[in-house]
Design a protein around this ligand. Sequence first.
Ligand SMILES: [Zn+2]
Ligand SMILES: [Zn+2]
Length: 609
Amino acid sequence: MLPADRAYNPPMSLNEDLSTLFNDLAALMELRGENVFKVIAFQKVSRIIRESNIDFKKCMEEGKLCDIEGIGKGSQQIIEEFIETGKSTVFDEIAAAVPKGLVPLMHIEGLGPKTINLLWKERNITSLEELEKAISSGALEGLKGVGPKKIETIRAGIEAYKAKAAAGPVARRTGILEALTAGEEMVERVRAIKGIVKAEIAGSLRRRRETIADIDIVGAVKDMDAAAKIMAEFVKLAGVVQVIVTGASKSSVKIANGMQLDLRLVPEENFGAALLYFTGSKEHNVKIRGLAQKKKMTLNEWGLYKLDEYEKAKKETAKPPELKPVACRSEEEIYKKLGLEFIAPEIREGRGEVDAAASGKLPVLIVRKDIRGDLHAHTNESDGTATIEEMAAAAKRLGYEYLAVTDHSKALAMTNGLSVERLLKHIENIHRISGKLKGITLLAGSEVDIMADGHLDYEDDVLKELDIVVASPHVSLKQDSQKATDRLLRAIDNKYVNIIGHPTGRLINRREGLPLEMDKVIDRAATSGTCLEINASYPRLDLDDINARHACEAGVMISIDTDAHSTGEFDLIPYGIDVARRAGLEAKSVLNAQPLATVRKFVKSKRDR
Ligand SMILES: [Zn+2]
Ligand SMILES: [Zn+2]
């Protein structure tokens, strides 16, 4: 049931450690106010490691570290030392020059390395305590760039940080990418246990919610007498770090990423009913149980039964009732007997899908093969890691007809954003390379920054040279609702802006993003012929499912883009498609599910208005 085309490979844990090391190095250096190019270089190395499948240990042993593109001599030495000793002298040196108490401040929302540097250098603040004291005593007044609003933001950030710390890690729901990666690994291991006929992920993970509390797996067995033995194997699986509770039909364990995983075993013939029941959502189950009742039937985790027969039947806990069900083997069968079309797990949220299924009006949800191109991607001209040619080749391998190259604009200095001169040259390059390619067309685009007041980082006479324009907010994401909304409306009003990239700027579990009046933004996008993006890159997934659904209902076109900064990141597209499916989107509402001519027409018709 899980799409087999989800190719995003999780980093091995050494890679994760290395990537974190370089990321922390970059943050510490920025905090110290060091050369911005060094910071960018370390951020880049961190990114390269994070998204690569290279076995760095093996690579080092074979003396091939120097062959990895984008990793210079200095970084190589850091990697080698870390692999050999688990330490880094470079890191220790830099960290020694920064007060220890400053490091936690980096995790407070609203406090960037630059501000922390300022607090340290100008006000001698070296810990959270000192910062709180300085705020309440008014000692921050007069600090350049730290006005009353900023102070208020920092205060709120501290509060949120402390609340999170008090709640502990258990209160946090795990992001979909991490949860799905772990869940798929574990369900494979469950399937390999002798006696398991089949097993599937259920619960909110199967519905592809953006964050997940627990992982649920339902397994089918031929003979329930063998269940205890199977469970004994299960709790010993690789990846299980703690057994919470174990029984013959249900066991709960903690797995390596800290999540709880529940395995339920059911007889093979009841598998469909159990999968349906444990996939949920609760709201969806209430709806279909109500429907069953109307039809004089009853639906539970064992199957769909005739009500009068069920009431008379013998029932024992943890066992199917002793009577012949109307349906139980597969979800398809159960939906059918309820008079419903099959409802995809992603839309089982009790948002009208049951009524739609009853009247044959379910949307034909978009699937991966509907996607014809990516309209938001970066090259090494700004902060990507691959060349135009490499990105084009990767997109072509995925069967894409077109790819928009949309590097950052000049205001985002941290990303090596393009000056006007560089952009014009880049456009020429993209067109020249596109002319030489067969089977794929490159669009010369830009991801132009939407400045705090809504004006764009390039003038119109520059924008008009582009084939397509993505406009995105990147900084000043702490605005009040009106400012934020006006900002986006102003960008949408520009006739050269075709797509609003990651419209809110939120990051799952990390950053709230702009508090937009989404109705207004959607309305203006609809009337102006502007597309809103579902950014498939985790932890963005922005727009979310709810907003994407509202946008689509208002007639707004949606683009599902990976915002790839490397060739491997094109593989994040399934996460964007999951959001789109949860939003009930069909291919016809998705701009990059249309042929290139339609995309060009979309751009032209806004310019011609
Ligand atoms: Zn962006
Ligand atoms: Zn981008």
